[in-house]
Design a protein around this ligand. Structure first.
Ligand SMILES: [Zn+2]
Length: 353
């Protein structure tokens, strides 16, 4: 999904597997058969608009919210270091990090997406504060986009856990703070989080509809932007957070994907784990915005999420997001030319899909 953070306007929205919309116009035998095959495809589920009707672990993009809380509430000094040995012990449980990061301060932790730093932060923030701010950032609530059947996802809290018959433990907070466990979001909600940062606390309702023209009387009604919610944190928090998200792209987990980077984009990578044991798989994601040195009205934001993007060495979300951002600002729309220029392996299938 691509949007304008300053207004909530949706520039583009795509979900794959896709289908031929024309088949819904006429009820020919061929069309009816095709539509039946779409609804019977329980594996690809092409009729689900994944942007707003499918939920995923928020994964590490959620650390954007966690970091905002730390900055705004001043819970941990920015230069305080925590040591990441690759895992963290809480009571008798081990919580892993995806790498061994050694000494990490707040900026390092977001830049490198260090889980151990955030496990330490989880116990300081606590689940009550975490769930309160998550709700402000729109987790567990629909974005009120002008399309039907949007899902709200889930924002885990102590009260919610009690309502389904469980007691909350600190281990759950550790899972929550890295966007795993019971934190479930739609890609559109992830984009909303990033838009709130870009907008310094204001979320607009995502809008597909731009205007309504009446050919009979010639009137044209422009659909105005509409505030969905505000997250009242000070500007310094958002400015600092943006500088950290910029570091993700210029030095951190997205640096390889953004090697070709003539514009100043900022963003956060995510790797959502689904399934257990041998069947464990990952969804990759990237949400970003920019260029951060442009006026807000000119900036755009993007979320890319790829299901089961299990590649060990190359994940596609951040490169694709970078291509979308660059295509918009450089006005280079030839996909093949763009991927050549940006140094990505060209895939015919991506170009057509
Ligand atoms: Zn780490």
């Amino acid at each position: 999904v691509v949007s304008k953070p300053a207004t909530g306007e949706i520039i583009a929205m795509a979900s794959y597997p896709s289908f031929n919309l024309n088949s819904f116009i006429l009820n020919t035998v061929e069309n009816l058969e095709y539509r039946r095959s779409l609804s019977l495809d329980t594996k690809g589920t092409p009729l689900i608009n994944r942007s707003l009707q499918a939920t995923y672990p928020a994964a590490s993009i959620y650390k954007t919210i966690s970091t905002a809380i730390l900055l705004y509430e001043g819970l941990i000094p920015e230069d305080k270091h925590y040591y990441c040995s690759g895992s963290y012990r809480l009571n008798n449980q081990t919580f892993g990090c995806w790498s061994t990061h050694n000494s990490q301060d707040m900026e390092d932790a977001l830049k490198n997406s260090c889980d151990v730093y955030f496990y330490n932060a989880a116990l300081i923030i606590g689940i009550d504060r975490l769930s309160k701010y998550s709700e402000m950032f729109g987790v567990g609530k629909i974005t009120e986009i002008d399309l039907p059947s949007e899902r709200s996802g889930n924002n885990p809290s102590r009260q919610w856990f009690r309502s389904i018959g469980f007691e909350w433990y600190d281990g759950h907070t550790l899972n929550t703070i890295i966007g795993q466990g019971d934190v479930k979001v739609t890609p559109l909600q992830l984009l909303n989080i990033i838009n709130i940062v870009a907008n310094k606390g204001v979320a607009y309702k995502p809008r597909i509809l731009k205007s309504i023209s009446d050919p009979e009387n010639g009137t044209n009604t422009i659909i105005d932007k509409e505030i969905l919610s505000t997250v009242k944190m000070n500007d310094e928090t958002y400015i600092k957070l943006t500088s950290y998200l910029r570091k993700v792209v210029s030095e951190g987990t997205a640096v390889n994907a953004f090697r070709y980077n003539p514009y100043k984009f900022a963003g956060k990578t995510g790797t959502g784990e689904v399934g257990v044991g041998q069947k464990k798989q990952t969804h990759s994601s990237f949400a970003g915005f920019g260029p951060i040195d442009y006026p807000l009205e000119e900036q755009i934001s993007v979320i890319v999420l790829i299901e089961y993007d299990n590649g060990e060495f190359y994940r596609w979300s951040a490169p694709l997001a970078n291509m979308v951002l660059n295509a918009w600002f450089s006005k280079e729309y030839d996909y093949k030319e763009l991927s050549r220029k940006m140094g990505y392996p060209y895939k015919e299938s991506y170009a057509t899909e």
